[in-house]
Design a protein around this ligand. Structure first.
Ligand code: FAD
Length: 308
């Protein structure tokens, strides 16, 4: 028979560590299931005349939480969860990828989200040297420089709007058109004098020396055009890592787990926090706060159950 915990936290990034720290503080019997501790908290970024530095606020706090959790946690399973199933008594069973099963009365899912990549030549070479997947994190570094935004949906429009007041010019390559919430707002953004829109063009390669210097586009008729820029923002929607609970909880149209203001999902006892949820996060400090909130909510849920 598998061991049963009060709470299983899935994912050891900023959200998962904050949730774990609260549940350890509450003296609950917890297990953290995650291949790593820390998640995505180190993003060194450099530009010409801007030395490499880390743009993450709160990374120190994440390292502190990781140290604290490591010191106190008895059960860290370095694996990933493939599937979560709800049992008849309302608790959950978690199947691990490398085999084995864990049971828990509550779950906090903090599995984050992945940026979509272009998969073109030069992309891997220039990541962090002019190429970014997060306008929120890096836009201010590009003041008065020409940049390109590659995307086609809500996240791209947000990036354009953040960048317009800062940069000198934006070439917007709408490589994968997606529905947008407010068409009029999108059209007003595309029509801004600082924005040139490329429709029907695909990115062929990213070029540069030590840093990005340009982007080669190819049109439907095979025409190739080289666009000189100093920065590239790849701004497709993020892909939430929701596969373990996809059948158990409500998701929005982009696959984010729908939560309320206390990080509760529609499944009783199953909570979620950070980039995998509908909460606007995409930043380490927000994920830490969300994870802490989920930990507190799970603690209250277990306390209420104990007097039922
Ligand atoms: C390219 C990029 C650049 C960014 N730059 C910045 C920045 O400069 N500043 C900033 O504040 N934020 C930045 N962010 C955002 C920041 O990284 C996230 O908001 C934050 O890490 C989200 O925390 P999280 O705990 O929700 O998820 P994550 O940090 O993604 O952690 C997810 C955790 O879950 C684990 N996991 C995933 N699937 C499973 C599974 N099935 N089973 C078990 N474990 C699993 C992972 O291994 C990891 O430990 C950036 C994000 C990206 C993609």
């Amino acid at each position: 028979m598998s061991e049963r915990f009060d709470a299983a936290i899935i994912g050891g990034g900023p959200a998962g560590l904050a949730a774990t720290a609260y549940l350890l503080y509450a003296r609950l019997n917890v297990v953290l299931i995650s291949p790593d501790l820390g998640g995505k908290v180190s993003y060194p970024f450099a530009l010409r005349h801007v030395p490499s530095h880390d743009t993450v606020w709160g990374a120190g706090l994440v390292h502190e939480l990781a140290e604290r959790v490591t010191g106190e946690l008895e059960h860290h399973i370095k694996d990933t969860v493939s599937r979560v199933t709800r049992l008849d008594d309302g608790s959950y069973s978690l199947a691990l990828n490398e085999g084995g099963v864990v049971e828990a009365r509550t779950i906090i899912l903090c599995t984050g989200a992945r940026a979509q990549r272009l998969y073109v030549e030069g992309e891997a070479d220039f990541w962090g040297k002019g190429l970014s997947y997060s306008a929120i994190s890096h836009a201010p570094l590009f003041a008065n420089r020409p940049v390109a935004v590659i995307g086609g949906g809500e996240r791209s429009i947000t990036a354009l709007q953040i960048l317009i007041p800062l940069v000198s010019h934006i070439d917007y390559i709408e490589a994968r058109p997606q529905p947008v919430v407010d068409r009029a707002r999108a059209e007003a953004t595309y029509a801004h004098p600082k924005v040139t829109v490329f429709r029907g063009w695909e990115v062929q390669q990213i070029v540069g020396d030590d840093f990005v210097t340009g982007i080669d586009l190819v049109g439907v008729n095979g025409e190739v055009r080289s666009v000189p820029i100093e920065g590239i923002f790849v701004q497709y929607g993020l892909l939430p890592n929701n596969s373990a609970v996809r059948d158990l909880v409500d998701l929005d149209a982009n696959g984010h787990i729908v939560i309320d203001e206390r990080c509760a999902t529609n499944a009783p006892g199953l909570f979620a926090a950070g980039d995998v949820t509908t909460v606007y996060a995409e930043q380490v400090p927000v994920s830490i706060g969300e994870g802490a909130k989920a930990g507190l909510t799970a603690w209250q849920y277990l306390s209420a159950k104990s007097v039922e």
